[in-house]
Design a protein around this ligand. Sequence first.
Ligand SMILES: Nc1ncnc2c1ncn2[C@@H]1O[C@H](COP(=O)(O)OP(=O)(O)OP(=O)(O)O)[C@@H](O)[C@H]1O
Ligand SMILES: [Mg+2]
Length: 307
Amino acid sequence: MVVTEYAHLLPAYQSQAALGNDERVAWIRSDRWLETAQAKSALMRLEDLLSYPPRDRMPCLLLYGDTGMGKTKIIRKFLRDHAASFDRASGVTTMPVVAMQMPAEPVERDIYGELLNAMGAPGPASEAAFRLKGVCRSLMRSMSVRMLIIDEIHAMLTGTFRQQRIFLNVIRFLANDLRVPLVCAGTDLARQALLTDPQLAERFEAFHLERWSNDQKLAQLLSSLACILPLREPSQLGAAAIRRRVLDLTEGVTVRIFRLMETVATDAIRSGRECITPESFDRDDLVLPLVAMRRHAERQLTRRVGR
Ligand SMILES: Nc1ncnc2c1ncn2[C@@H]1O[C@H](COP(=O)(O)OP(=O)(O)OP(=O)(O)O)[C@@H](O)[C@H]1O
Ligand SMILES: [Mg+2]
């Protein structure tokens, strides 16, 4: 009979646990994708939009949520699932999904410049906006683009009132003329700004990435982490006390949860304890990984001391 070592981990991750400390810490700190319940629903919504046949008024989607909730991660995953391909025979590149970032300033010409960049065709910066607009439109057609995603649309709020109106006009043009679904991602402030335009408010369906709360979804996230983090002993991540502590320290923000778990896992390796327990979160030397989290913990402490 083969005795499986590290049976608390998924089979594909068991060999990781045998690696040395530094290698395991490096693995914990590397980028990875974890399909959370909300991320899965958002991806399904995006898939659904991508399958829409072209028609005059394409549906649009606004993916919104607080900073660090995983909007960009979802977009990147969707892009990986629908990567561009190059056909050697015809010399044609097909790009089903184009994702661009908002330029630093919401200036019309820069927006089209960014769009060209995202399609791998940086345009001459000196071109007038209306020329760039035409180039974007024909390039999208020739590359068979079926969806346009604009991330960080809250950057429009850095513009003057006039620039913001112009930006909303550009969004309206993209939504109306391209005949592809338009997906915008940003914070709640961006959602409010978008809603100031009645026509856009009609067109956009909203998908809210909600902060984590003490429920089954959080339990599921923690138990998936328990199955992949390369610790040699089983952790008690299913414990209700841990769920509460994690929520206390992170206020339910995805990036903070990931950073916190990475920190306690690293600590478990370095200290030789090899597992995460409720006490892992109470250690004095637990350096909270994000400035925002440290501030929150300090506020909690002041409140407790003040009581
Ligand atoms: N599904 C996920 N799998 C793994 N890590 C994730 C996931 N979602 C979020 N994260 C972690 O949270 C971090 C922040 O996520 P992301 O950059 O997508 O947030 P955002 O919502 O785009 O924030 P912002 O509004 O500031 O741009 C990521 O770098 C990653 O470490
Ligand atoms: Mg982002």
